[in-house]
Unconditional design. Structure first.
Length: 481
């Protein structure tokens, strides 16, 4: 091999190494940065690449901290497996968008061929030759442009989907917190009633003296056991709610969890949750909702799908740049090679209507999406009115139960006065207390239902999005729409 050939070989290898190194570059993981505050506040290792074993997350709340509603949903956003999976899906969509952007440009492949004559029976071909080539296959710049536009819309839809998942997660967390608060009231009521039942059992044992009434004593004992069993059931229900809340937030199941429900109550009161559906029209809330934005993006996506179907009528381009020798394709001096350029335009002539069917299918899919958007809008309007009617019914039920409890409480007070003055037996007082207990149970349940209606109406009217996503609006969405 001549020195010239050695120099050419080194040059060719250098070009190939340079090309290979340009084929891939590291990228930083965006992750929570797309969501804005408070979701990306205090994130650890935010600029480092994710691995299979570690994700960039916020620190867990201190073990002894009493968690508020905000603490719960932010912890869930960073530590719940389903939220982490959703966030990874968002990142994968962003990577797909970057890949689509790269497809707007030709993808160049190279080859390096070394040809050596091992037997050397023909002296004129005994030199080792080096061949370098570059190939571009199926380059469709117009289709690549619309594919990139479509991928940006898909990225934005994925972001809206993740925000919707966070809102649904907040709904489940809020429902659990309100249920825990109701269980606390129920537990306090049952403890009070259990103390009263024990008092009445002692009264039954003492009032008859040497001739007790075994039936009344047994009845009082059974009632006492009933209340004790109901209290145990409430304790188990509370533990189950706390366990479910740990699962929702991604906390360790063995961790002791303390919840402050007053934070949620204060937030609902501050935002006027009881009248949330009367402050805005359903139309304005629908227009600002992620669902409406996703349908608009989906319709725009269908437009790009139609444009992509049109690009199937355009030719694709292939290009080859290679070194070769006209005397021999396999063995001769590399210094005698010429550089050849081969450009091929490919256009199908007969596809039996495949492109036309693809175009018509894209148009029909847009019409389908339009009908889905109309159905979703109508469903939102109907759901809005139904939610308001259900809230009114829940408010009426609670008000009726509250007044019934208030009336029975007055009967209890009067009976206690009559018992102290010797006008009635203590069993009359206990009977009224039993009726009052049953009505208080019903009132606690109706109050929970009313609170849940208020909370979900607060979510439905967009308060969660305004509170937590107001500073994280997507510029891409605005540009796309």
């Amino acid at each position: 091999m001549t020195p010239v050939s050695n120099g050419r070989a080194l040059l060719i290898l250098g070009i190939l190494l340079l090309t290979a190194s340009a084929g891939g570059c590291a990228r930083k993981i965006a992750g929570n940065d797309r969501l804005g505050p408070p979701w990306n506040s205090n994130i650890l290792d935010r600029e480092s690449a994710w691995s299979e074993e570690k994700l960039p997350v916020a620190p867990l709340p201190p073990a002894g901290k009493t968690l508020s509603f905000d603490d719960c949903i932010l912890t869930a956003a960073h530590h719940a497996p389903d939220m982490a999976e959703s966030l990874i899906g968002l990142e994968l969509t962003q990577m797909s968008s970057e890949s689509a952007a790269a497809r707007k440009y030709p993808s160049v492949q190279s080859f390096f061929r070394v040809i050596a004559n091992t037997t050397r029976q023909h002296k004129q071909y005994e030199d080792t030759s080096f061949r370098l080539g570059f190939v571009v296959y199926g380059f469709e710049p117009v289709a690549g442009y619309f594919s990139h536009k479509a991928s940006l819309l898909m990225e934005e839809i994925a972001l809206l989907t993740h925000k919707t998942a966070l809102e649904k997660k907040a709904g489940r967390v809020g429902e659990a917190i309100l249920s825990l608060q109701s269980r606390e009231k129920l537990r306090d009521l049952q403890k009070t009633r259990l103390a009263q039942a024990k008092q009445f059992s002692a009264y039954q044992k003492a009032k008859e003296g040497s001739t007790p009434n075994p039936l009344e004593q047994a009845k009082a004992a059974h009632f006492e056991k009933r209340i004790a069993a109901e209290l145990e059931k409430t304790e188990a229900s509370t533990a189950s709610l706390l366990l479910g809340l740990k699962v929702l937030t991604g906390l360790d199941l063995d961790r002791k969890l303390n919840i402050d429900p007053t934070s949620l109550n204060k937030m609902l009161d501050a935002d006027g949750a009881s009248a949330a559906l009367t402050k805005h029209s359903w139309e304005s809330i629908w227009q600002a909702s992620p669902e409406s934005a996703m349908f608009k993006l989906a319709l725009k996506l269908r437009d790009y799908d139609i444009m992509l179907s049109w690009t199937r009528y355009l030719p694709s381009v292939s290009m080859d740049v290679y070194a070769a020798n006209p005397d021999s394709d396999y063995a001769t001096y590399s210094t005698k090679d010429d550089i050849f350029l081969n450009i091929t335009f490919t256009l199908p002539l007969l596809d039996w209507g495949e492109r036309e069917r693809g175009l018509q299918g894209s148009r029909l899919r847009k019409l389908q999406e339009l009908q889905r958007a109309k159905a979703a809008r109508t469903g939102f309007a109907a759901g809005w009115q139904e939610a308001w009617n259900e809230y009114r019914m829940a408010a009426g039920s609670y008000e009726a139960a509250r007044n019934k409890v208030a009336a029975l409480a007055l009967d209890e007070q009067r009976a206690e006065v009559q018992y102290r003055s010797g006008q009635i037996d203590f069993s009359v007082v206990d009977n009224i207390r039993t009726r009052l207990y049953e009505e208080e149970l019903a009132m606690i349940e109706t109050e929970l239902q009313l609170k849940l209606k208020e909370f979900f109406n607060w979510l439905l009217s967009g308060n969660f999005r305004r509170r937590y996503f107001e500073n994280a609006e997507s510029n891409v969405t605005k540009a796309a729409l």
